[in-house]
Design a protein around this ligand. Structure first.
Ligand code: DUC
Ligand code: ZN
Ligand code: ZN
Ligand code: ZN
Length: 483
């Protein structure tokens, strides 16, 4: 049974043209004019784009004494309803737990996914077991390892562990990811704020100024450079971090930055002069920033110094957020966004002239598929690619509301925002997974996408080899009198 998407305009990261798209066996088999198929999907007035890829989600993750409320079932429904056809979630070993044991848990949870998915592996502690298992993890098709420079006493790794893991990534041809906030400084500032009676959610923002992110981003970039690996910086939220990434790129380093849709469109005023629940629901790390930082992120997307827009989808209910009443450090960190990422970015980005449609495709799908080594299976409208597609209606509009969302939580941080530009259909490997305003896919339809290590971008770097090459012994290393 073939399907044909008719009368649409194909929009990719570099081209815009009128064509029909023919699908069979879950793949695109032909692109061109006047194609015929057994089943017709009408794309009149719509753009046909690669389905979105969200490179940063935390589904059913144990964190801060609870579990994030969206699991692979509700989370991937939210993804599809918003035009996203693949999520990359973080397998998170608790400190001391083996990587392969954590991976088993993520394998089990993800059997319920409605759309395709892949994993990053988090490095939350260091030892021989972790060193060895990193190889088995890459053999399983996971070529990315995440490191937290924040969450001291829980997930944070120190610089010696970071350097050791980055060097291991270099050996394996894997890419390290980093959550860049200085965890030591955050811990001290948090303790001081609490001691002074600042217990509310706004203190969360005070405890994590942009400098802690700028410092950690630059540190991770330099350590990656010495280890001879590229670096992917998650949730880049401020000018200081963006500046470090820009500078690294200018100096020829392979470093990528990932702003979140939340940081692009919501600012720090969400924490101030608001009721406790409103502010706590928006507590995430890094926190929302001011307008200058937002302008910097938008400029990064249009200039290409920032590469991918993600969500860090880590949703907690209001009841879960209330664990932190009386102590802001106990408010589970995280916000949702999977369903809203593409409509919000289209509305605030494309409709407002900040980015082009082609840039939209690049930053929501194609760039990350290339970085993570699953292009052109994903992120492309090409013959042979998976038919993960979104039929995007630029005239469709809605008001975002928790009352109509797929996510399992009881609020939405974008509540009340008007968006124009929505998926009419979302296809996951040729199956219409979202259409006529409802989910049509089956739980368990999603498949794991393996991503090989040893890709050209990781092979090209040689800094570590140069730094550790045998050096000539310097005369100055020998005492003048001789020994
Ligand atoms: N930040 C969050 O806000 N939640 C999950 C983890 C993170 O780094
Ligand atoms: Zn993070
Ligand atoms: Zn995260
Ligand atoms: Zn379902």
């Amino acid at each position: 049974m073939t399907k044909v998407i008719k009368n649409g305009t194909v929009v990719t990261a570099d081209l815009t043209y009128k064509a029909d798209v023919l699908i069979d066996g879950g793949k695109i088999i032909e692109i061109g004019p006047d194609l015929k198929g057994d089943e017709v999907i009408d794309a009149t007035g719509c753009y046909v784009m690669p389905g979105g890829i969200d490179p940063h989600t935390h589904l059913e993750m144990p964190f801060m004494g609870t579990y994030s409320a969206d699991d692979f079932e509700s989370g991937t429904r939210a993804a599809l309803a918003g035009g996203t056809t693949m999520v990359i979630d973080f397998a998170l070993p608790s400190p001391g737990e083996g990587l392969l044991d954590a991976l088993k848990k993520w394998d089990n949870k993800s059997t319920r996914a409605h759309c395709d998915y892949s994993f990053h592996m988090a490095i939350t502690w260091w030892g021989e077991q972790v060193f060895n298992e990193m190889k088995e993890v890459t053999d399983r098709g996971i070529n990315t390892f995440k490191h937290f420079l924040a969450y001291k006493g829980a997930l944070m790794v120190n610089d010696d562990e970071l350097f050791a893991s980055f060097k291991r990534c270099a050996e394996l041809g894997a890419i390290p990811l980093v959550h860049a906030e200085n965890g030591d400084v955050v811990a001290e500032m948090s303790a001081k704020l609490l001691a002074e009676g600042n217990t509310g959610p706004e203190a969360h923002a005070y405890s994590r100024p942009s400098q802690v992110e700028g410092e950690a981003t630059n540190r991770a970039i330099m350590i990656a450079d010495m280890a001879g690996v590229p670096l992917y910086v998650v949730h880049t939220s401020c000018e200081e971090a963006h500046e470090a990434i820009r500078r690294a790129k200018m100096n020829g380093k392979r470093v990528w930055g990932e702003p979140l849709i939340q940081h692009l469109t919501l600012d720090e005023s969400e924490y101030f002069d608001k009721d406790w629940d409103h502010a706590a629901r928006r507590v995430m790390s890094p926190p929302f920033r001011n307008k200058q930082h937002q302008d910097s992120l938008w400029a990064g997307l249009s200039s290409g110094t920032l590469s991918c827009v993600a969500t860090d989808h880590c949703a907690f209910t209001t009841d879960q957020k209330r664990y932190g009443v009386g102590d802001f450090t106990k408010i589970p960190n995280g916000t949702g966004g999977l369903e809203d990422r593409m409509p919000m970015l289209w509305t605030e980005g494309v409709n407002k002239g900040r980015i082009t449609m082609n840039e939209f495709v690049a930053v929501t799908s194609t760039n990350i598929a290339k970085i993570l080594n699953c292009y052109p299976k994903k992120g492309a409208v090409l013959v042979g690619a998976d038919a993960d597609l979104v039929v995007w209606d630029p005239e469709a509009s809605k008001t975002i509301s928790a009352s109509s969302q797929q996510s399992a939580i009881d609020y939405n941080v974008f509540e009340g925002k008007e968006v124009k530009g929505l998926p009419r259909y979302t296809l996951s490997r040729g199956v219409v997974a979202w259409g006529d305003g409802k989910i049509q896919s089956q739980e368990g339809h999603g498949e794991f996408v393996a991503r090989d290590a040893g890709m050209p971008v990781t092979k090209a770097l040689s800094t570590w080899k140069e730094l550790t090459a045998p050096r000539p012994v310097q005369r100055s290393g020998i005492p003048a009198t001789g020994v």
